[in-house]
Design a protein around this ligand. Structure first.
Ligand code: GDD
Ligand code: MN
Length: 372
């Protein structure tokens, strides 16, 4: 009995750690080296719209507008829309002042009287979007000067429906954990993109072909990860949704409330993968993308529980039968926490478990702001 329980715990743990490691290895060796099979064109410069969603962004909005104004992309081809959802600070006044001071940029401010979430605001802005490509630009992300041109060049190929970025965390004490998690993540994003498409996008820089945005009915307002879900639907329609390896933006990590920040993002990803699972049947999915969706669903929705289950099983065996075998495995698990990568991984699983539980209570479509 004791041995059975311990063996079961070990098997579950093996699946828990083995699946992501195998997937990572597979993605790195099979997909990452593949050519893109996309014809980019650096001279392709269509009209574009950049949407900046804001809620209480008075401290950062000016820097973000400045960040966009200094992009090396023809100014007369850019329309910027700031869509604000009833900020309680002076975000909108700052935007108005900035627009007056810089008549050279085509800047429009939209105000929602009530805050009902980011996706809702994006959909309002979408009605005013001009040009072929729509960018989403979160306020707290800093784009390199060439971000627009680097992202747009991929759209020269009609196969490409959406483009996003890699993220580099900056400006916090907890930067270390965030960074080692990003390394693993970024490699997967690029590898999946080369295979076909990645189902995880980042609102810090997410670009979509406008006609496809309209085709999928805009951004979903009943889940949180609007950017990832929209990209996934575009990929399901048969277009590439990619994150190129050399498009990296800086993201400010909150100083306080880091735990809940990570939990909320995890909540949104879980919502996205569950919604995708429900919708996927009505599409004919490209082969590699099927694998990617299945794996990412497993990693976000199921796998975290395969870590919790053995821990509970071992704890029970330890308490009820004082099994030395179970004790030594638990000790080993605890000792391994000294290794950064392992610790980062385990913490991420805790976020996902907390997120799944929290999703039962609230979807966090409207979230509270973390201090940066
Ligand atoms: N208009 C509007 N209305 N904008 C909002 C709202 C809202 O209700 N809530 C947040 N925003 C804006 C913020 O001002 C910011 O520019 C952007 O949306 C992202 O919000 P953050 O507070 O910075 O959240 P984050 O960095 O954790 O968000 C990440 O995860 C989200 C999903 O959980 C990003 O990747 C987002 O793009 C993503 O949607
Ligand atoms: Mn943010």
């Amino acid at each position: 009995m004791i041995d059975h329980l311990t063996t079961l715990a070990l098997i579950l743990a093996l699946i828990h750690f083995g699946t992501p490691l195998t997937y990572y290895w597979y993605a790195k060796t099979k997909w990452l080296k593949k050519p893109w099979n996309i014809k980019t064109d650096k001279n392709y410069k269509p009209n574009i719209t950049i949407i900046i969603p804001t809620y209480n962004e008075a401290t950062l909005i000016k820097d973000k507008l400045e960040n966009l104004r200094t992009q090396n992309y023809p100014k007369d081809k850019i329309k910027v829309i700031v869509v604000d959802s009833a900020s309680k600070d002076n975000t909108t006044e700052i935007v108005e002042k900035y627009a007056k001071k810089h008549p050279d940029i085509n800047l429009k401010l939209l105000r929602e009287p009530v805050r009902t979430g980011k996706a809702h605001a994006l959909n309002l802005a979408l009605k005013h979007a001009k040009g072929d490509i729509v960018f989403i630009a979160d306020v707290d992300a800093k784009w390199p000067k060439n971000a627009l041109s680097e992202a747009v060049k991929w759209f020269a190929d009609p196969k490409v429906g959406a483009v996003s970025c890699l993220k580099k965390p900056v400006g916090s004490k907890i930067r270390d954990t965030e960074e080692s998690y990003r390394q693993y993540y970024n490699i997967l994003r690029v590898a999946e993109s080369k295979a076909y498409a990645t189902p995880i996008f980042h609102g810090e820089l997410a670009a979509f072909r406008k006609e496809l945005l309209k085709k999928v009915g805009g951004f979903p307002t009943n889940i949180g990860a609007d950017d990832s879900h929209t990209a996934t639907k575009i990929a399901l329609l048969g277009f590439r949704a990619i994150v190129p390896e050399d498009l990296c933006i800086e993201e400010v990590i909150p100083n306080e409330g880091y735990f809940w920040w990570r939990v909320r993002r995890a909540q949104h990803l879980i919502q996205h993968f569950i919604k995708t699972l429900k919708e996927v049947r009505s599409y004919k999915v490209a082969g590699e993308f099927k694998k990617i969706l299945a794996l990412e669903f497993f990693l976000h929705v199921i796998n975290p529980w395969l870590l919790l289950a053995p821990i509970l099983l071992l704890a029970v065996t330890m308490a009820m039968f004082s099994s030395p075998f179970a004790v030594s495995i638990i000790m080993l698990g605890l000792m391994l926490l000294g290794i950064k990568r392992y610790r980062t991984w385990v913490t991420q699983q805790l976020y996902l478990i907390a997120a799944a539980l929290r999703n039962l209570r609230s979807k966090e479509i409207v979230w509270s702001k973390q201090a940066k």
